[in-house]
Design a binder for this molecule. Structure first.
Ligand SMILES: C[S@@+](CC[C@H](N)C(=O)[O-])C[C@H]1O[C@@H](n2cnc3c(N)ncnc32)[C@H](O)[C@@H]1O
Length: 278
């Protein structure tokens, strides 16, 4: 029985990095007025009430979005505008999940397909998406389900893969699914979130992805503390396949800015690198 609920973690430092990269990618692709497909293989509940018992348990948002809200928006103004769409009166009461971030940036011609396997989260997601013809919620396995959607009819698409990594088998499924997806739709943009709890696991995942033969892979990672063998996430990153050419330059500006705000710890660190070239 899997127990992960994203509501415990919504708006934490890892969500900030993940959603900043998502905003950068979608915003860039929307410069071209052509329909886009957005596929979220692990969508969560859509949006999160920061006053809920889940969010209040450890108040992880305090050291994530809470450190950015109401201050100088710096290079993440567009991301903060997306967070504002669920907090129209300016008080930080909700946090948008990846579906809400995507919905805020996409238009009526775009299509969103959201996979969520957990029954409670899928119910919340369906309620969140109710009445939106452009959004489809599928309560099923996102690894298996996404392949049949590729390539999208629009031939332009972004796929976000954001597993909870509760199962040891998640890493292998991530790599096999991205390889299969890329074989069907080689020009798509693929975003993979990874946590650093134990550095060796993150390194093995990235190495396996690089060994698939897929070209044009970047990663952008932000850590709030030094690597540790103890319990807890010290860093997280986004692997991006077929990144917009402007992404590395944007992240070179954003990562030090975020690191200075999201960590009070001298061990804050960030990495922005090309893993596999053209
Ligand atoms: C990290 S959370 C997603 C957060 C969301 N992407 C966001 O940024 O707001 C991962 C979600 O994946 C769901 N999940 C786990 N395994 C899955 C699978 N095989 N297919 C689809 N969803 C899955 C979990 O129930 C959980 O809600």
């Amino acid at each position: 029985m899997l127990s992960y609920r994203h509501g415990f973690h919504a708006g934490n430092f890892a969500d900030v990095l993940k959603h900043v990269v998502l905003v950068e990618v979608l915003d860039y692709l929307k410069r071209k007025p052509k329909p886009l497909a957005y596929i979220d293989t692990h969508a969560g509940a859509g949006s999160y009430d920061l006053g809920s018992a889940f969010a209040q348990k450890k108040r992880e948002f305090d050291t994530g979005i809470g450190r950015l809200w109401g201050g100088d928006p710096g290079p993440v103004a567009r991301y903060l505008e997306c967070v504002r769409t669920v907090n129209p009166d300016g008080k930080l009461a909700h946090y948008p999940g990846s579906p809400a971030i995507a919905r805020a940036l996409l238009d009526g011609d775009d299509r969103l397909v959201l996979f969520e396997r957990h029954g409670n989260e899928a119910t919340a997601l369906r309620e969140w998406a109710a009445g939106e013809a452009r959004v489809t919620v599928r309560e099923e396995d996102g690894y298996g389900g996404c392949i049949g959607l590729l390539p999208p009819a629009s031939r332009r698409g972004v796929l976000l893969m954001d597993p909870s990594y509760e199962l040891a088998s998640d890493d292998d499924r991530v790599v096999r699914t991205l390889a299969a997806a890329h074989r069907r739709f080689a020009t798509g943009v693929y975003l993979l979130w990874y946590p650093v709890v134990r550095r060796a696991r993150a390194q093995a995942l990235i190495a396996a992805l690089c060994a698939t033969g897929i070209r044009r892979i970047e990663r952008h990672e932000l850590g709030i503390a030094a690597d540790s063998e103890g319990f807890g996430m010290t860093a997280s990153g986004m692997v991006v396949i077929n990144p917009p050419h402007v992404l590395a330059g944007r992240m070179a500006e954003i990562l030090p800015w975020l690191a200075a705000r999201l960590s009070k710890n001298q061990d804050a660190h960030y990495v922005s690198e090309t893993l596999v070239g053209e």
